[in-house]
Each structure stands twice: as C-alpha cells, then as structure tokens.
Design a protein around this ligand. Structure first.
Ligand code: PEP
Ligand code: MG
Length: 584
C-alpha cells in the first residue's frame, strides 16, 4: 500500500482500477534486434497499428454525432493513413532488412514520408506533416504499452491517473463514466479542478510522480476530501474508505434536502448564492443544489469543446436554453475568456512567453472582433427568453470597459435594424480580477451595472503566482491581507456607486470563507454547485453581526498565518462538519 498526498480538487471518494493516461512520447533510439525476433517485432507493430486505428475510429465516431466536421475530416485522413498498405509494408521492410525495433522503423518511415510531403512545394500537403507527427506518436505510445494516450479507451468506473488533463478532457469526464481522477500537475483553481467539481467527479491534483507509482489496472482510492491517493489498498483500507464514502454521501443528501431554503442569516440579512457553470448541462445540477441563479457562465468552454468556431446561431441557441432553463432567475453570461491555459481548436494563437499576461480574455476578443460580435449578438438575441446579464472578463481599465460596451451597442443597433427582438434592460458588468481594476474600481463602478470579483485571477495577478503551477501553490492564499483589502476596497467602490458586487472565484465556494465574505459586504457568492448547500447552511445558521466581526478581525491581522489560524478556529468551532468535509 502507498499513500500520496496531493491537492484536493473535487470532493468525494472513489475506489476502482487505475487507467493510466500517459502521453509522454517515448524517445526513439535505433535498437538492433536478433534475426529470430524479427517476426515477433512485426507482430508487435501490426498490433499497435490496429490499436491506433481503433482509437482514431472511436474518436471519429463520437465526433460524427456532435457534427464537428473539420475534426472528423482530419481524423478520417488519419484512419486512411493507418490503413495505408504501402506505409505498413515499408515499415515492415525496414524491420526485416535493417533488423531494428518497431519504434525505430515507424519513426524512420514516417520521417521519410514527412520529408516527401514538405518537398512537393504544396502548402496544403506541407501543412499535413503535423498529422503525421500525431500518427507517429500514437503508434509509438501504443508500442510502448502500459497505458493509454487517450480517454477513448477508458472503461466505466475507472480511475484516471495522468500527468495532466486538458480542460476539455476534464469536461468529458461526466460523460465517460470515469469514477475519479488524479493528475501530477494542477492546483485547486486550475481549470481541470474547476471542471472536476462541475462534473461532480472526485479528484486530486498536483500529486507529484503519481505515474511512477501506479500501474495499469491496479486498485486505487481517490479521496477528494483529503486530497489523497492510495495505491494498492489493503482490504482494511478499502473497508475504511467505503464507510467514509457512505458517511460523506449521507451528509451530502442531508444538505441537499435543505438546499432550496434561502441564504438568509438569523437576523434576516440575505445574500444571493449562485452557481458557476461551464455548460447548459450544468444547470440541472445548479438548480438541484439550490442556486438562486447563474452567477458565472464560462462560455469559453463552448469553444474548447468544438473543433470549429461557433457562429452566432449556435451562441443564440445555447444562451436561449440557459435563459429558459434558469428562468425566472437570472444568468450572467461571461464573454469568452480564451487564452492563458484555455485554448480552443479553432483559434490559433501565436506562442506567447507569458500567456496569462498576454492575449487573453477581453484582449483577445478585441483582436478577434468578428468572433466576439457573433457571441454578443447571440447573447442579445437570447435575452428576450429570460433574464441574461453580460459580463466582460479581465477588464484592466475604463478604456476596455468603454470599448466592450460600445461593441455591445453596435450589435444592439445592428439587430434592431434587422428587426430582431432584444431585451431593453440588460445589465452589463465586469470581472474584477486584475490589480489595476481593483485600484480603479471607483472609476469602473460609475460605468457598469455590477462587479464580480474573480479571486482566482485576482490572487494570481496580485501575488504574482501562476495559478496552475503546483510549485507555487503554497503562496496561493485567498487570505493574504492584500487580497482581503482588495475585496474590501472593491466592495466599497461598488456600494458607493450603488451597484452590486459578487465573488465568483473558487474562494466563494469554500465554506470556511463564507462568513468572512459576507462580513466584507459582498452581495452575492457564485460557486460550483456542489458547494452551494453547505455555504447556504452556514449563512442560515449565523448572524450578520458575527460575519461583520469575523471580517473586521481578519482585516486587522498582518500575516496570512494569523488570518488563517483565526478563520479556521472560528469556523471549525461553529461548523465542524461543513469545514472538515468540504473546505481547504
Ligand atoms: C476567476 O478568475 O476567479 C474566475 C472566476 O474566472 P476563471 O477562473 O474562469 O479565470
Ligand atoms: Mg478569471
């Protein structure tokens, strides 16, 4: 038995067999083999080829039904290459004649093929060389064995162990029947962790070297409550974790039964507790967990899950469905926040040295104006089907806010001229997640309808730490006095301009911070649906005066350690179960 501690990313406990997702491309060196091994080597190659074909066909079939045509066409060409008899024969000839291992023969022949394509002088063909690289890597990974390079092979109830997952792979989790996952990279606010919570998949991230310790098919336990991975547990451990799982599930059911009650303190002070979603499919869970609206819809996931750029009509239909499903409550549609670690197939970005500080979010939308306008038009058209609000990400100053608003105005005029109905009263707000926006919150508040504090990025940019980098995760602390002062300052600026202010970063969904945020004066908390019932329960069982006292004391301390010790002491005493099972 081995126990490895990581960072808890999504609550819950799962016990199952490991599915190793390993995309590290093996290094290829020329290895001679004795003559008597040649036949076996050819057989090994043919079996890897067959496996590769099957994988690509499975992915292609799953895409056909989604209508993702471009990607389906690319995969079609992969299948054709994998079925190409000449390529197969040439690789076999290399193994036979040079008496080398299959890895070398595959690399060699595909390398020759690439050179040939590049030398023809045809731009399209030259562009296909990356397809050949993909294919070579896939065959090499299958030759290496011991793990899979794609989630297409995963079976129900499996526990995925990977170096890293892309956010869109994490988004597929809910549909694949995966019981839980653990990754070597990642932090609590990385997008993979956010997706895990959205799909209710227990997960632990930042588990150093976990791939070195787990073998394919080995039994593992993922404890997303403690952030622990247990490899090869003894029957005694399994029993212990089964009972821990049952207790947790019972507790969740109990919380859920009161989820619809309002988040109102004993002395009658109410705040809105809303849900963050990454897809309209998450709305059912949001409502079930008692959300009083959608405080943040991360629309970039629409782009990340498609191989093409969505057009206005697709946007319209998605937001219409959101508006209708959540009505009479409201939904805040955040315009695309692509760039940084969130990449989309359809949008090619030049390599950037510091992507988080580069062309990201609203900056990218201004550059890709056509894509941005299609989204805005889609939101405006959907606005008549319910209550939608528009929110811009990563605003750093008033010029950006004005420019973004003027684009909305332009779309509004166009749609009106085209005779399309749009709602007259749509609120427009901004994320406060850049330090310069914090410092100019009073200026920004004068020209928008609401603020939502994105603490994930606000901490990243204020403390200067990469939010997805587990090596500096220890510095990622929402209780940094600089962050608490920033929140307090933003709240004051918003309230002096009579606009509402929410928090939608992961901090909002940590029950341990609930009363402090309430005391700091925020009007709304928006979080992953799973956290809603516990946060509401805490608010319902408290007095506003308690919350004010907690916030006042927290603001008085000078170090993170003091604030942390204080908040944890007070909250663990008042709400032991909520804090123990769901908090940091
Ligand atoms: C944030 O930065 O806190 C936020 C909510 O946005 P995202 O996590 O999508 O960057
Ligand atoms: Mg953000």
């Amino acid at each position: 038995m081995k126990r490895i501690v990581g960072i808890k990313a999504s609550p819950g406990i799962a016990i199952g067999r490991a599915f190793i997702l390993d995309r590290r491309i093996p290094r290829v060196e020329k290895k001679s083999i004795p003559e008597k091994r040649v036949k076996r080597e050819i057989k090994r190659f043919l079996s890897a080829l067959k496996q590769s074909r099957k994988q690509v066909e499975t992915i292609r079939e799953s895409l056909d039904s989604d209508g993702v045509e471009e990607l389906a066409t690319i995969l079609e060409s992969h299948v054709m290459l994998l079925k190409d008899k000449a390529l197969e024969r040439d690789i076999i000839t290399i193994i036979e004649e040079q008496q080398v291992d299959a890895q070398w023969a595959v690399s060699e022949q595909i390398g020759r093929f690439k050179k040939l394509l590049s030398s023809v002088g045809d731009e399209y063909l030259a562009g296909r060389t990356s397809d050949l690289d993909d294919l070579r890597n896939r065959i090499l990974l299958n030759l290496r064995g011991g793990g899979s390079s794609t989630l297409a092979d995963v079976s129900d109830g499996a526990i995925v162990i990977a170096h890293d997952l892309t956010p869109s792979e994490a988004a597929q989790m809910g549909k694949t029947g995966i019981a839980a996952f653990a990754t070597e990279l990642g932090s609590r606010t990385s997008h993979v962790a956010i997706m895990a919570r959205a799909t209710e998949t227990p997960a632990v991230v930042g588990v150093a070297s976990v791939l070195q310790h787990v073998k394919q098919g080995q039994r593992v336990i993922i404890d997303g409550l403690e952030g622990v991975v247990i490899i090869s547990p003894t029957p005694k451990h399994i029993e212990k974790y089964e009972s821990k799982r049952d207790v947790y599930e019972y507790y969740v059911t109990e919380l859920l039964s009161a989820a619809d009650l309002p988040a109102e303190t004993r002395d009658g002070f109410r705040i809105a507790v809303e849900a963050n979603i990454e897809s309209p499919d998450d709305i059912a869970s949001a409502v079930r967990h008692g959300a009083s609206g959608i405080g943040l819809y991360r629309t970039e996931y629409i782009f990340m899950q498609k191989a093409h750029i969505p057009i206005e009509e697709e946007h319209f239909l998605i937001y219409k469905s959101v508006a209708e499903q959540i009505a009479p409550r409201s939904a805040t549609i955040r315009t695309i926040d692509l760039g940084g670690e969130k990449l989309a197939e359809g949008i090619r970005l030049p390599p950037q040295l510091n992507p988080a500080l580069g062309l990201r979010a609203i900056r990218l939308s201004f550059v890709k104006l056509d894509i941005f306008k299609q989204q805005i038009r889609g939101i405006l058209r959907a606005s008549v089907y319910g209550t939608l609000k528009i929110m811009f990400p990563m605003i750093s100053g008033i010029e950006e806010l004005r420019k973004a608003k003027s684009i909305v105005e332009e779309c509004r005029r166009e749609l009106t001229a085209e005779g399309k109905p749009i709602s007259e009263e749509m609120e427009i707000g901004i994320m406060i997640e850049v330090p310069s926006a914090t410092m100019t919150a009073d200026i920004l508040a004068a020209e928008c309808d609401f603020f939502s504090i994105g603490t994930n990025d606000l901490i990243q940019y204020s403390v200067a730490i990469d939010r997805a980098n587990e090596a500096v995760a220890y510095l990622y602390n929402p209780l940094h006095p600089g962050i608490l002062r920033a929140i307090s300052r933003i709240v004051d600026a918003a309230h002096s301009h009579r606009i509402g202010v929410g928090v939608c970063g992961e901090m909002a969904g940590e029950p341990v911070y609930a009363l402090m945020l309430l005391g700091l004066g925020v009007d709304e908390l928006s979080m992953n649906p799973l956290a809603i019932p516990a946060v509401k329960k805490i608010v319902r069982n408290s007095q506003l005066s308690e919350a004010l006292e907690i916030a006042r004391k927290a603001l008085d301390f000078t170090t993170v350690q003091q604030i942390e010790a204080y908040i944890h002491r007070v909250m663990s005493k008042r709400y032991p179960q909520e804090i123990a099972s769901l908090s940091l």
